[in-house]
Design a binder for this molecule. Structure first.
Ligand SMILES: *[C@@H]1O[C@H](CO)[C@@H](O)[C@H](O)[C@H]1NC(C)=O
Ligand SMILES: *[C@@H]1O[C@H](CO)[C@@H](O)[C@H](O)[C@H]1NC(C)=O
Ligand SMILES: *[C@@H]1O[C@H](CO)[C@@H](O)[C@H](O)[C@H]1NC(C)=O
Length: 316
């Protein structure tokens, strides 16, 4: 028993001694490791941090040097993950249009003020750099439910709409350099709630819409070289509140809309290349497959891979 106790107490002493020794080895080792970390790792990380700062600084400087709009916009996007309220427009409006012009300003045109009359002629510009709105001269005509198309050379073509009493056929050009509205030839048909799409060659194709409450199947083409409107072959369906999207292959996809009495799920395609020569005036309309549901007042977007995404429709 004694021997056992002694052995136990001896081994306990040895264990305590070894434990102390282990502890002091750990402590010494720990201090040594800390010194190594302090001497090697910390300065390295300071150097790395400095290097990173320098890289960021040089990136910022080169961005400022090149002053490309896209770089500045992406910088802004990187900072704002949420929606940010900007200044109010000068005039209240709905059913207006907004076009991003080549100088980066946004041209907002026409529309109507609820409970105070349909169709306004006012127009204003949003400047992203100052986040301010300024009035630009008003259009020649009042309009809401019109179309606005950015031509390839930066001029904005505004066509048709409703002026508070009737659907109109008038059209006008906005020249961003001079802020002048130039009245041009009328369309062949009065229309509002139509579509206007810029084709690959810069022509603008207008489809359907409403004239005095009746949906239209007519379509016409604006020739940006001559500034004239020419009717093309009619669509298969009369449509208003529909959508039209220029596809990557140069054809125009028209979807849905309202015939006046029913909402449409039909879709049709305009192909300007019915013969071997590209000629929007002699193109053909052909039916595409139907959409899964009837839609009007929807949106249509071409994804980067060419697929078209259709979103929204009235409930019910
Ligand atoms: C547009 O006008 C130009 C100049 O007159 C003409 O050469 C061209 O063929 C026209 N395009 C269409 C599609 O009518
Ligand atoms: C752009 O084209 C339109 C005609 O479609 C013309 O009136 C206008 O002057 C052109 N603008 C420029 C800057 O060339
Ligand atoms: C394009 O992208 C959409 C959405 O991601 C996808 O459903 C579709 O299959 C793609 N089309 C092609 C041709 O890759």
């Amino acid at each position: 028993m004694d021997t056992n106790e002694n052995q136990t107490s001896n081994s306990g002493t040895i264990a305590r001694f070894l434990g102390r020794k282990k502890r002091s080895i750990w402590i010494i080792g720990g201090i040594a490791a800390f010194v190594v970390v302090a001497v090697i790792v910390i300065p390295t990380s300071i150097v790395l941090t400095k290097k990173k700062t320098a890289e960021i600084a040089s990136t910022t400087i080169s961005r400022e040097d090149s002053t490309t709009i896209s770089a500045e916009v992406s910088t802004v996007n990187a900072h704002f993950k949420n929606w940010v309220q900007t200044n109010n427009m000068k005039d209240s409006r709905k059913s207006h249009t907004a076009s991003v012009s080549k100088n980066g300003k946004v041209l907002v045109v026409g529309g109507y003020i609820e409970n105070s009359g349909y169709g306004v002629s006012s127009a204003e510009l949003y400047d992203l750099s100052t986040a301010t709105w300024t009035l630009t001269p008003p259009m020649n005509d009042k309009r809401c439910w019109h179309s606005a198309s950015l031509l390839l050379n930066g001029t904005v073509l505004v066509a048709g709409g409703y002026d508070g009493e009737k659907d109109v056929s008038s059209s006008e050009l906005y020249h961003p350099e001079t802020e002048i509205w130039e009245k041009i030839g009328n369309m062949n048909t009065q229309r509002s709630q139509h579509t206007a799409s810029v084709l690959s060659d810069g022509m603008v194709l207008v489809t359907g819409g409403d004239d005095a409450g009746i949906a239209l199947n007519s379509a016409e083409l604006y020739n940006s070289s001559t500034g004239t409107w020419t009717p093309i072959i009619n669509m298969n369906y009369a449509r208003k509140w529909h959508q039209a999207t220029t596809l990557k292959n140069g054809k125009l996809l028209v979807t849905g809309g309202s015939s006046g009495s029913e909402n449409l799920n039909t879709a049709e395609i305009y192909d300007p290349l019915s013969s071997e020569i590209y000629d929007p005036l002699t193109g053909i309309w052909y039916m595409s497959g139907d959409m899964n549901c009837a839609r009007f007042g929807h949106q249509s977007s071409v994804l980067p891979n060419g697929t078209v995404l259709i979103t929204g429709r009235p409930k019910g």
